[in-house]
Structure formats: C-alpha cells, structure tokens
Design a protein. Sequence first.
Length: 377
Amino acid sequence: MNKRGALFWGLLSFMMAPASTEAMTREEIDGFLGNLGADNQYDASKGINWSVLPGPFYTPELKLGLGTAVAGVYRVDPNDRATQNSSISLTGFVSTSGALGLGMKNYTFFTGDEWRLFVDGSLAKIPTGFWGIGYDAAQGNEQKYTQQSFSLHPQIMRQIVDNLYVGVGWDFSTYDAENIDDPNPDDNFSRYDAGGRTLSSGVTTSINYDTRDVITRPQHGQFFSAEYSLFDPSIGSDTHFSVLEMQYNYYFPLNDQDVLAFDLWGRFARGDVPWDRLSQAGDSDRLRGYYQGRYRDKDVVSTQIEYRKKLNWRHGYVLWVGAGALGDSPQNLGDHPLLPTFGAGYRFEVKPDMNIRLDLGFGKESTGFYFQVAEAF
C-alpha cells in the first residue's frame, strides 16, 4: 500500500475504534471537539456557530499537506425554524510542495428561502504543472510553474415559483504563471500561447431547480442548475468568451441511513478562452484522484454515483464510481478514452447536516486524498 492509502486507512481505523473502547472514546472526543465548536449542536442564540478542525490531505498537484477547516452554521432570522440553516466554510492549507492557499464558500438563505446569496472565493500560490490543451497533450510531459491566483464568484437568486430560482452574479479571477521551468520556443506555454497574467471578469445568469432538503448534506430531492457567464473587455476581462455550466443531481434515500447520490455535470466554453479558464477535469468534487489542470479543453463532462452510509454516533462513509470526458466540442467528447474515477471516503459530523470529509480517489495513473467541508455534491 502506498503512503497515501496508508494515511487514509490509518486515520479511518483510528476513528472507527472498537466497540469496547468506544464509550470512553466518544466522551473524550466530544469534550475535545466541544472546545473547538464541533459539538454537533446548533444554538441559534449564538449567531454563527463555529467549528475548527485540522486534517491531512494528499493531492497529485499539492502533495502531502495539512488543511484547516473553519465551518460556521447560522440563520439570518434566529426565530425562523422552517428555512434551512445557512453556512460558511473557510479553508486554509499548506503542503510539502510549497503550496499555500485560502478558500471560502458561503450559502446564505434568507427568511422564507425567497432569496439566496451564494459566494465562492479563493486565494492560492501553488507550484504546479501545465501539459497543454486536450487529451493528447495530457499524455505528454508537464512544464512546471508557480500559480498565483485569486477568484471571487458571488451570485444572488430569487425564487419565482416553488423550488425554482433565477439569479445574477459576477465571476472574477486573476491568474499569474510565474517561475516557468525552462521556457523555450518548443515548450507547452509557447505552443498554446499560454502563460503570463490573465484577468477574467464576467456577468453570470443562472436558473436553479432545487428540492434538496439541505445543500451541505442532501438526503433526498433533486437539483438542476444552468449558469451562463459572459466575459468581455467592456467589463474588465482580457478577452471575450462565454461559459455554460450545467449540473443535475438526484438523491434517492434507501432508508434513514443510506442514500444513493447521482451527479451529472458539464462545462462548455466558447470564444477566446484564456488557458486558465478552460474546462478542467479533476478536483475535490468531481473526478477525484486526477491532477487538477492536467486534463483541460473547451468542454468537459463527468458523471458519478455515490453510496452514502450513516453509521452510529457521528461516523459515516461513502463509496463512489464515475467517469469523465473532454474535447474541443460536444461532438468530439467521445474521441478519446473515458477518464475513470472511483474511491472511498470517511465522514465525521461536526454540526447538524455539516460533515468533514476525507476522500481517497483513484484516477488514471494518479491518486488524491482530500480534506474538505460538506459533501462533494
């Protein structure tokens, strides 16, 4: 077993202690986690209920690292018992590759769930690699560089009929490729007119149909989203291009502890698309196990099915299998072999409907071990 697998299963074995020692272990763990706010309780009178937990990870691009997750649960109106809890997660990481970064994800549900405000953001410095564009390029050699990036994506949505929302937002990012390894006329960056600094700024419109019981850990319902983004120099972008991103999820409860979750996702880019804003296969949510950025092209689609099991106390686990494809147009998505993914994950509940997840994903010739807040989809 490689070191990534040993780390994952060692941690899982520790958390799944034998029943003979479980009673004392639970009390000790509950006491310790209570001091960190991870008491698996929600008290509306406290405003935002915070939890702080550290955890290890290993991804193909970041290598071995340590992350910290700060998860908060709150309600805009403490007296509103019908609307699902709002949440905010802040993540930070540092790794042996020299990478460091911060991330933020916020879901705010206003009283009656007629309005929603969602915000994603990240700031990172990551030594990484660029293979080029397309499936064939990803089979070649990488060119190493250091990524300096910032992104921010707020969107506000209004319910127009039951479970149907329309929204507008802004998608902004800057990306610098620094310390490029051995630049020459034949390298990947020159071949694909990539590298340097890019700035992308676009307006977004979206439509969502959402019957999920809760976003952070759905047990039943379905979700459909279509988001169209238009980037143009008139609103600050370097180039003119557009992106259509679509997602469909279905959650089928087998019983009170078991759920089958299905995910179908696609991203389609058109126009003068900067190399850093091409569609990518592989991250902590989809095609887990792949080096993020190795497989990139204008269009990427992926699907996965995940079995989620709630065990006793706060424990749970998941198993998944999936596949993805990429190409420069929808009709060319089948020109190359599929990218398979499968894996297993451990879940630990820190707040009601809020899990810390540890996922071990296997892709084609690569493996990733992820530490994140909330479910992958």
